[in-house]
Design a protein around this ligand. Sequence first.
Ligand code: GLU
Length: 381
Amino acid sequence: MNTKKTTASLPYKRIVVKFGTSLLTGGSDHLNQEIMSSLVGQMSQLHWRGVDQILVSSGAIASGRHKLGISKRQHLRDIPLKQVLASVGQSRLMYAYEQLFGQYDITVAQALLTRADLADRNGYLNTRNTLLALFDLRVICIVNENDVVAVDEIKGAKFGDNDNLSAMVANLVDADLLVILSNIEGLYTADPHHDPAARLIPQVDRIDAKIMRMAHDTTSKQGTGGMITKIEAARLATNSGVTVVIASGTEKDILTRLASGEQIGTHFLPTNTRLESRERWMLSGLCTAGKVLVDDGAALALKKQKSSLLSAGIMEVEGSFDRGEVVDVHDAEGNHIGCGITNYGAADIAKIKGVQSTRIASLLGYDYGSEVIHRNNLVVF
Ligand code: GLU
């Protein structure tokens, strides 16, 4: 078994890295050995300095397409073909990594995940246990979406892009850094290809509507995700207590420099302190069944006074859910401010919203307590 050296000199101990297709192919129609070899070399250096790493790698579909000689424009929207391409390409992708990491005496593993697998609490925990065990064995796990079984048509079954998948993996294993590498240097104020005044934003403290707008404006039509899915991913990860960096994978020594704390690309600061595993699960959005909208007073009390959510502060309820399910909490402006396990189902909340807790029993004929979401079952960011 490989032994672990010290990470004492590095600010991050557990890193999830995501490589996008455009990076791995260098914009061509096949995996670029030189780029892959440089990235793997950097991960290997970090590995031997004791950093735990997971690699979320795209590139299976591109690799399968190249092998079968199918052009990019052919059947682009044909899901079964995409699945076939992923099936052909995934083993080629893994073979390339196996060879490259092998040069550094590093063993790799493969995990193909779907959203549906993780939405199941047992699936989530089993995956987490496997990934943590691989850290203990000093094996680098290479993760991709299981494109062969997950199709877009089944709502909620698929992540659809590896940006969100990488944030989920960072959430799962409680990483302290998520690095999303592609061919983009980071988040710009406008599309740098069209606006000469566009500038790179070095740091984002909080992902708000303005940041989302910028992501929207700078998302190109190419690639699976673009900037929007990267920012969505950054939001999930930063809410889970993870620092996120979006940067260009072709920048020299990008991974080793980022891991040493250098400021390259756009850094997104965590909006939460490290959370308990159960809280991260709630936050993952994997099992969110509905949402409640709360008034300004309640939003403030949740954020500043760390109170429970009471019926009086609830303005609206959406979705159909039962008591015990996870719901999102939004403020009056529609901002997502947290989530938690509800003590009342949606139909009950519709009846008790806006009323004092003392009236719950008379309105419903029963009472599960004065809190709709108890503080202990609530994550606010
Ligand atoms: N899972 C896809 C692949 O391996 C990529 C999806 C993505 O890049 O977001 O080709």
